[in-house]
Design a protein around this ligand. Structure first.
Ligand code: ATP
Length: 366
């Protein structure tokens, strides 16, 4: 297990009646890119502000390299912050922007020069050091925003939705660049975003938050394939996961789910009460074929959505519709086809608690 850079231990923050953060415990490892992901208002920015020292926690502890920092003033925490607007001084040159923080911290001239030259080279800004910031393109602007923080050699870099004002093509390019820089420097990064694509594409691990509480912290792959609850299952994935009604009965120790289309599905010996529950099935885990086969059942295509690179067919499932992703131009509306479940990718979601209690059917069914 790698060493931890940052630890949050049962951290809470209340603003009067509002409990913005309700006891978050998590660890960011050295050199890790960790994303804090969740919808607006879930407490991401408040968590970040407490780590940076801009807000004091109401309870709990925050440790950097094993040392508590809750009483350390922000300027002494050696934590770099980059916000949405990048806060680059447009009237100053790239060089002056990079030197600004070092000057403010009273670094001698020679040290300032050395550090500016070093970070400029690493982030490929060395050829444009004398350019005014107002004349930079967005890629250069992002690198300047990062460089002016990295030049202070922060132990931890905190990024708060840095790309949310940009268009999709630019975000794609800048994501790749940010990840490359983070890897090359081995920088520990906490990245706050409400955009699942950003979190999935850049992170080593993702911490999903909801209503001030941490839901799950795991690799993007695990969050996608083994979500712990309905919220995480629905928040991650595009098109979103299908939720299919089912009725669970018990056959001795085994839980058997009855569906509108696929008959009964055996989840094996798991703990769940009899009654109405939900199946979560991702559109990418479903297949449509012309011929019958294992785990298949006949259905009708009701709608076909064209997403360019792929199509999404909405097919009848009892009284509801489920979405299936497939290559373009394979099916048409009104066609009767066989819908196949992948037995290793069916999540059983307990009604009430909304916990995912199984991620696949029992082995014998697969
Ligand atoms: P967003 O992406 O919209 O900023 P967020 O996930 O970062 O959302 P926070 O900004 O941390 O969420 O807010 C969490 C909750 O705390 C919200 O209900 C918000 O209204 C509340 N909150 C945040 N700051 C304050 C404050 N200074 N005073 C009172 N309530 C606050």
């Amino acid at each position: 297990m790698s060493e931890s850079k940052l630890e949050l231990l049962d951290v809470k923050k209340a603003f009067g009646e509002v409990e913005a953060v309700k006891g978050v415990t998590m660890t960011l490892r050295k050199g890790e890119f960790l994303s804090l992901l969740g919808p607006s208002g879930c407490g991401k920015s408040t968590t970040l502000s407490m780590i940076a020292g801009l807000e004091a926690p109401s309870a709990g502890d925050i440790r950097v390299d094993g040392q508590s920092v809750v009483t350390v003033p922000p300027q002494r925490r050696r934590i770099g912050l980059v916000f949405q607007d990048y806060a680059v001084f447009s009237r100053l040159s790239v060089r002056s922007n990079l030197a600004f923080g070092l000057e403010a911290q009273g670094f001698p001239r020679a040290e300032r020069r050395r550090r500016v030259a070093d970070i400029a080279e690493r982030l490929e800004l060395d050829k444009i050091l004398d350019r005014r910031a107002s004349r930079l393109n967005m890629s250069e602007m992002q690198r300047v925003a990062l460089a002016r923080v990295l030049v202070t050699e922060p132990q931890l870099l905190l990024l708060d939705e840095p790309m949310s004002n940009l268009d999709a093509a630019l975000r794609f390019a800048l994501r790749g660049e940010l990840k490359r820089i983070q890897r090359a420097l081995g920088q520990s990064v906490l990245y706050v975003t409400h955009d699942q694509l950003e979190a999935i594409s850049m992170s080593d691990r993702i911490a999903v938050m909801r209503l001030g509480e941490l839901q799950q912290i795991a690799s993007p792959q695990e969050i996608f394939s083994k979500p712990v609850n309905r919220f995480v299952a629905e928040f991650i994935g595009d098109p979103p996961i299908n939720l299919i009604d089912c009725r669970v009965t018990r056959d001795g120790a085994r839980a058997i789910a009855e569906t509108a289309l696929h008959g009964t599905l055996d989840f094996g010996p798991i703990e769940i009460e009899e009654g109405q529950h939900l199946l979560g099935v991702r559109p990418h885990s479903l297949r449509l074929t012309h011929k019958p086969g294992p785990n298949g059942a006949e259905t009708e295509v009701k709608v076909v959505e064209n997403l360019g690179a792929e199509h999404v067919a909405h097919v009848a499932y009892g009284n509801a519709l489920v979405a299936v992703t497939l290559p373009p131009r394979q099916v048409s509306v009104g066609e009767r086809l066989h819908l196949h479940l992948d037995p290793s990718e069916i999540h059983l979601i307990e009604q009430g608690s909304e916990r995912v209690v199984a991620h696949s059917l029992a082995k014998a069914e697969r």
